[in-house]
Design a protein around this ligand. Structure first.
Ligand code: GLV
Length: 314
């Protein structure tokens, strides 16, 4: 079978070598093609991160498309000529869960230990111990409880923060033993979050969900962490609420426009921390292993995990 890889972020040979190794372990015979170098080669499976639409549309024999990341919002609109006959399959964790848990844990501790307040005191050479909230009252809310949301939740639970979650359906995922709200009750969920961690997929339903009115439901001084997709949150509204003193600050990894333009006020705000979409990066080794296992499942006539529902958008 032929696998075509299109990924501008990673060198092709890294994918080729990792895929070939895992194919050999699974006794699958594969030819891995660099789609950018051989755009006309027809493949059975496409492994892509932000491919050109014309190339994808020209692929006539595909049996499945694998998204080399967790979020499929950029790829779904390019798949119109293939869906639903050709399934779109996304990565599930594949080493991103631990990275996301690290990122979220750091941001929650940053907020809990009032590090922005200490930075402000340091800038005035002021020695002033601040009150620490009792751990049990410091509720962290996770908006989105997919693979990455649950990895973050497990880490925060090990750190003994009380949690609450919010998802589209309001159904608690397996292994989740804290209260879960549906997005119909978003405002009720937000009202008790000292830190809000946003890990929702970007869909029609989540676009702009966290606007001025929604963010205003958070308690005074609350902190916001967005490591999902930028367009879920209106960053201008967030900044207004931070400036008005209603919100305590934010750690943001994702933005409506990426790279975040140099003139954007988020870069310079003392209570906003900006990282360049690095919270959970695709790791070639674990991702290639997972994709090859999913291809082996398809070969056996099974449905692998991670098949995207085009109507839900994730
Ligand atoms: C990164 O943002 C991803 O979707 O994997």
């Amino acid at each position: 079978m032929r696998l075509a890889v299109w990924d501008e972020d990673q060198p092709f040979r890294r994918w080729r070598d990792a895929l070939a190794q895992h194919a050999a372990e699974l006794r699958l015979s594969v030819q891995v093609v660099d789609a950018a170098a051989e755009p006309d080669a027809q493949a059975d499976f496409a492994l892509v991160w932000k491919p050109p639409q014309e190339w994808l549309a020209g692929q006539q024999q595909l049996r499945a498309v694998f998204n080399l990341g967790a979020g499929v919002d950029a790829l779904l609109p390019l798949m119109r000529s293939h869906l639903p006959e050709v399934p779109l399959i996304r990565l599930q964790d594949a080493g991103m869960g631990r990275q996301m848990a690290d990122y979220v844990a750091e941001a929650v501790l940053h907020a809990y230990r009032r590090m922005d307040d200490y930075a402000a005191l340091q800038s005035r050479a002021t020695w002033e111990p601040l009150v620490l909230a009792p751990r049990g009252s410091f509720h962290v809310g996770l908006l989105g409880l997919g693979q990455l949301g649950m990895a973050a939740a497990r880490r925060l639970q090990a750190m003994e923060f009380p949690l609450r979650g919010c998802t589209r359906s309001g159904v608690a995922p397996a292994g989740c033993d804290f209260p879960v709200y549906s997005t119909d009750r978003l405002y009720e969920f937000l009202a008790a979050c000292r830190v809000l961690v946003v890990l929702l997929p970007l869909t029609e339903a989540t676009h702009g969900l966290l606007d001025y009115a929604a963010l205003g439901q958070l308690p005074r001084g609350a902190y916001v962490v967005n490591a999902g997709r930028g367009a879920v949150l209106r960053a201008g509204d967030l900044l207004d609420l931070v400036e008005q003193g209603h919100l305590g600050g934010a750690t943001l990894d994702v933005f409506d426009t990426e790279p975040l333009p140099p003139e954007d006020g988020l870069w310079r705000h003392p209570r906003v921390r900006v990282t360049p979409h690095v919270a959970a990066q695709t790791l070639v080794g674990p991702s290639a292993a997972q994709v090859m296992r999913k291809i082996a499942a398809l070969e056996r006539g099974e449905t692998p995990g991670g098949v995207v529902d085009p109507w839900l958008g994730y």
